[in-house]
Design a protein around this ligand. Structure first.
Ligand SMILES: Cc1ncc(COP(=O)(O)O)c(C=O)c1O
Length: 353
């Protein structure tokens, strides 16, 4: 697989390999299995996260095509938008962000950082979840708006490159085949043979790339995706993952592709995207208190809530090794106004002198 990716243009944006370490405190608190974290929250680009790996291939493609501007689309709180703006800036490109969702009262988290990168921001001011679901059924909704912004840029004499939403497609998935290869090497070095890898699934592209890479490398690690948004049914989501893996496999002439029974997908979306579930808050608290690791309320905490629930349901044996792929999203913690009341922390004691 590495051979197939060897000639593919790629820019260096991330600190790789990201760490892979045991989460013994969490395993103990849950009463097994052995849990290890793959720390893709530490990819390094502008506070890190999974999208950095995808952008290494996507921004390289933009540069190959002579682009001077990248246009990225996602939700108002999107990590991908934050990271694509950072990646564009690092590579000397202009950044345009097309955001879906209501503007919050206070500009915080990813949206604040988009402004730090001085991205040109356009907002489709519609209810986030409703519009994301509509767009999942008909991607032209956002696609047409993005195309018209690209036309405007061309009229201004620019050469825009439209990034695929969520980094979906072969180039984005190449980033997660690289991650699969890293995981395979790190497990070999640590002398462990994980049975499962648990990961948040939004568009499904990250898990598709990971599962495909792990299959090509014959690691025997089965990917469990946690649907944290419910933009579509599990059946439709499964088809989407199989479909994009097939496209990726063909694009890179890989010897295998993914079948539906190569992975598992579970719905832990709660009230849907981007609303955190009560279980996600509990997961944030548990992982902070047992591992000193931060989860984000939209993606990684729901994925962890799924993992915790599956442990409770007896999905894993006590001596199984389960990788939790932490996909980042940390800036969303700062934009979550309900965080403190849901975590119920100790009262702050004021000292009056
Ligand atoms: C922090 C985080 N985790 C997971 C995901 C899901 O990635 P994908 O859309 O490739 O399924 C995203 C997507 O935006 C994300 O920002």
């Amino acid at each position: 697989m590495i051979m197939q990716l060897a000639g593919v243009p790629r820019v260096s944006l991330c600190n790789l390999p990201t760490p892979l370490h045991e989460a013994a405190g969490l395993s103990r608190a849950l009463g097994g299995p052995r849990i290890f974290f793959k720390r893709d929250d530490e990819t390094g680009l502008a506070i890190g996260g999974n999208k950095g790996r995808k952008l290494e291939f996507l921004i390289a493609d933009a540069l190959e095509k002579g682009a001077d501007t990248v246009i990225s689309s996602g939700s108002v709180g999107s990590n991908y938008i934050r990271m694509s703006a950072a990646a564009a800036r690092k590579c000397g490109l202009e950044s345009v962000s097309v955001l879906i969702g209501e503007m919050p009262d206070e500009i915080q988290g990813n949206l604040l950082l988009d402004q730090v990168f001085d991205s040109e921001i356009h907002v489709i001011n519609e209810p986030t979840n409703e519009f994301m679901c509509k767009n999942a059924a008909n991607p032209n909704l956002v696609g047409d708006i993005v195309k018209s912004i690209a036309d405007e840029k061309r009229k201004e004499g620019k050469n825009p490159y439209i990034l695929p939403g969520a980094g979906f497609g072969p180039l984005g998935e190449a980033g997660y085949m690289v991650a699969a290869s890293e995981i395979s090497d790190q497990c070999y070095d640590l002398g462990i043979r994980p049975r499962y890898a648990v990961i948040a699934a939004g568009s499904g592209s990250t898990m598709a790339g990971l599962a495909l890479g792990l299959k090509v490398l014959n690691t025997g690690i089965r990917v469990i995706g946690i649907d944290m948004s419910r933009l579509r049914t599990i059946e439709a989501f499964t088809e989407r993952i199989v479909g994009t893996a097939r496209d990726t496999s063909e694009y890179f002439s890989l010897p295998v592709t993914l079948d539906a029974d190569d992975f598992e997908l579970y719905d832990y979306a709660g009230e849907g995207y981007p609303t955190p579930s009560p279980e996600a808050y509990e997961a944030i608290k548990l992982v902070a208190e047992t591992e000193g690791v931060l989860l984000d309320p939209v993606y990684s905490a729901k994925a962890m809530a799924g993992l915790i629930d599956l442990v409770g349901k007896g999905k894993f044996n006590k001596d199984d090794i389960v990788l939790f792929v932490h996909t980042g999203g940390i800036p969303a913690l700062f934009a979550e106004s309900a965080l403190v009341e849901n975590l119920n922390p100790k009262e702050i004691r004021i000292i009056n002198v």
